[in-house]
Ligand binder design. Structure first.
Ligand SMILES: NC(=O)c1ccc[n+]([C@@H]2O[C@H](COP(=O)([O-])OP(=O)(O)OC[C@H]3O[C@@H](n4cnc5c(N)ncnc54)[C@H](OP(=O)(O)O)[C@@H]3O)[C@@H](O)[C@H]2O)c1
Length: 268
């Protein structure tokens, strides 16, 4: 049984990119004996157990929390077998586009479900996790769920489930945009004649250092930007290109609109 100052035991269904990132964070915080279901194997420290199918979940498995980390379209394959825990465990779903109502229809109308949207920096405890719970989640279950979420980074409770699509487009997918920035900076450095290794070092450490500066200040990002851009200097020249309306402002707005739309489509 879960006590207030420890993590709950979990049964995790699906453990690919996101599942492994979350699991890493929970293992670092002394996860109690838990069961992970994933078709392909990987090393898992004892006493945790890895099984390859939901049919192989040990009979004595009695989780506080069931974490759904399969792909959204794979949910219907596993939810019938999970219904038996619906009145005992809290479900935490990371499935993009799967609504609380839709999951409730599959897991049972009284199932206590938290829908969360993490991002891959959860692996190192620096994630951004948006969350919303259905009305069946008790205050005790909410604390249990939060104990898992807080090991992974910052948690934002949403006011309405509709906000999840935009939250997913910004923070769930967001690390990919930042990695693209590092990639494009590196490519541009190589175009200027720098070697691959030097271009890679300059681009990566610039993204790393800038993120760390943001983490260390309450200043707006726009102010940090302005502090680098001396009038008529070289940074200002570059920013004039990037900040042209049709360049990054329009591209970012279109990209986030496209991702938000896709999130909505996946829910329908
Ligand atoms: N990746 C991200 O950054 C991110 C961010 C926010 C939310 N999410 C959400 O996280 C979820 C997982 O995404 P992901 O990128 O981690 O996907 P993924 O790498 O494909 O991981 C899913 C894993 O679950 C396994 N699996 C599926 N059904 C199974 C079953 N019935 N029995 C055993 N294993 C099963 C899959 O095996 P097979 O490959 O053999 O099917 C795969 O190893 C998605 O719903 C996504 O919306 C992801």
């Amino acid at each position: 049984m879960h006590s207030s100052n420890t993590l709950p035991s979990i049964l995790m269904i699906g453990c690919g990119h996101m599942g492994k990132a979350m699991l890493k964070s929970w293992l670092d915080h002394h996860l109690p004996p838990s069961v992970i279901v994933n078709r392909s194997t990987f090393s898992l420290p004892s006493p945790h157990r890895l099984v390859s199918s939901i049919d192989d979940i040990p009979a004595d498995c009695n989780p506080d929390v069931i974490v759904l980390a399969i792909k959204p379209h794979q949910a219907k394959e596993v939810t019938p077998a999970l219904k038996k825990w619906a009145n005992k465990a809290l479900f935490i779903s990371v499935l993009a586009g799967k609504t609380l109502e839709g999951l409730g229809e599959q897991l049972g109308k009284d199932a206590a479900i938290m829908r969360v949207m993490p991002n891959t920096p959860v692996e190192i405890g620096k994630g951004m996790i948006s969350a919303i719970a259905n009305q069946h989640v008790t205050s005790q279950q909410r604390k249990i769920g939060e104990s898992l979420l807080h090991t992974m980074g910052q948690v934002a409770w949403l006011d309405a489930e509709e906000q999840m699509d935009a939250a997913a487009a910004i923070a769930g997918s967001g690390p990919a945009y930042v990695f693209l920035l590092a990639e494009l900076l590196q490519n541009a450095a190589e175009e200027q004649g720098l070697s691959h290794d030097l271009a890679k070092q300059l681009a990566r450490q610039t993204v790393i250092g800038s993120a760390a500066l943001l983490a260390n200040t309450s200043k707006e990002s726009s102010q940090l930007r302005q502090e680098i851009a001396t009038p008529n200097g070289m940074t200002e020249r570059a920013l004039n290109v990037l900040m042209e309306k049709k360049a990054w402002p329009d591209a970012m707005s279109k990209a986030i609109t496209a991702a938000t739309k896709r999130s909505k489509e996946m829910a329908s």
